[in-house]
Design a protein around this ligand. Structure first.
Ligand SMILES: Cc1cc2nc3c(=O)[nH]c(=O)nc-3n(C[C@H](O)[C@H](O)[C@H](O)COP(=O)(O)O)c2cc1C
Length: 166
């Protein structure tokens, strides 16, 4: 499985969350490549089986500037078969807590096979490790279902709407 974590982090909170998630994926035998948003070349997106977006929130519930090309690549690319998850850290002092996660969630729900979202208050705490584990579990479950799909598609006449033909 080709997996990537694409992250934006200034003070390290989101990177910490991304590293926890990376660790749980590795425990499950998935070896994700980790990129910052600036490092990630958006052409790679369509080659992936699994993508995790990890982002802080900026301005008034906004996506950080460096994440905008990644957001657009999902919007414009052919990512309908890609399993995704979005996580982020934010500060509930702001009116729109983890607004960037919400924006990615709404878009990825349409543009990909969104498996899970996870919002974390500032730096991940012990209790957030379990939440990260469940996030990864949801990603893996969705990936399993997704990997079974092409087999079904290969079977002639396996679609529900084929009806009987004599
Ligand atoms: C100027 C500024 C604006 C912010 N706006 C929001 C916001 O609208 N919503 C939110 O949840 N957090 C907001 N934050 C908080 C950061 O998203 C939060 O500190 C996050 O954990 C930083 O992640 P990082 O350590 O990975 O850089 C803002 C922080 C700054 C400095």
């Amino acid at each position: 499985m080709k997996a990537a974590i694409i992250l934006a982090s200034i003070t390290g909170n989101t990177r910490e969350a991304a590293e926890i998630i990376c660790g749980f994926l590795e425990e499950a035998g998935v070896e994700p490549a980790m990129y910052t948003a600036e490092e990630f070349s958006v052409e790679q997106l369509e080659d992936l089986d699994l993508a995790v977006v990890a982002t802080y929130t900026w301005g008034d519930g906004e996506i950080p500037n460096e994440m905008v090309p990644v957001f657009r690549a999902f919007e414009e690319g052919d990512t309908k078969g890609l399993v995704t998850g979005v996580t982020g850290t934010g500060d509930s002092f702001y009116p729109h807590f983890c607004g960037a996660v919400d924006r990615f969630r709404d878009m990825l729900y349409v543009q990909s096979l969104l498996a899970a979202t996870l919002k974390i208050e500032l730096s991940p705490q012990q209790k957030d490790r379990e939440r990260c584990r469940k996030f990864v579990q949801s990603l893996l479950e969705k990936s399993e279902v997704n990997q079974a799909q092409p087999v079904k598609e290969k079977l002639p006449g396996a679609g529900c709407d084929m009806g009987f033909q004599h």
